[in-house]
Write a protein that binds this ligand. Structure first.
Ligand SMILES: [Zn+2]
Length: 171
């Protein structure tokens, strides 16, 4: 959490979001659905698994990691509409599409609620899959509000931290 707070403070010092009635660093909550290989979150199951490809345990243990995402482990990384970034959504039903279990036949699905430092957000007019960072002067990117997709993309590990694990009936 220290790195998130340090990054938040640096973003805040540049743009002073609190003067606009926003949280420091323009912090917001964002949902993230990911791959769960184990039973973490099922009734009585509170231990992380040891699989390096269980993204759920990995993200909770070490937070989101752009570098590890390259291994196909889905540590929050997506090669998606706004390039190589860590994605969250303000819509839990959108993130539900990315939450899945691999090994266990259970109706429960897992989702993470995260703190995200949006800072100054670049609004892309269309998909920009080749982005590897926000345009100069910005801290994050998203598509226009009118679009059905409301993903928020951040491009550095310290701009996001998982806060809560939510278990829900995925049926
Ligand atoms: Zn696991």
């Amino acid at each position: 959490m220290y790195l998130l707070l340090r990054y938040s403070a640096s973003v805040e010092s540049r743009a002073q979001f609190t003067k606009q009635g926003k949280l420091p660093g323009n912090e917001r909550d964002g949902w993230h659905g990911t791959r769960r290989e184990c039973q973490l979150g099922n009734e009585g199951k509170t231990r992380f698994c040891t699989s390096i490809t269980c993204s759920l345990c990995g993200i909770i243990k070490t937070s989101f990691d752009l570098a590890r995402g390259f291994n196909g482990t889905g540590f929050g990384l997506g090669w998606e509409i706004l390039g190589k970034a860590l994605y969250t959504s303000s819509s839990s039903s959108k993130s539900d599409n990315y939450s899945y279990n691999t090994n266990w036949n259970t109706p429960l699905k897992a989702m993470l609620l995260n703190k995200v430092i949006a800072g100054k957000c670049y609004v892309a007019e269309k998909a920009e899959e080749t982005l590897t960072g926000p345009p100069v002067g910005y801290d994050s990117a998203r598509l226009p509000q009118a679009a059905t997709v409301d993903d928020l993309a951040v491009y550095r590990n310290d701009a996001i931290r998982p806060s809560y694990l939510i278990m829900y009936d995925g049926n």
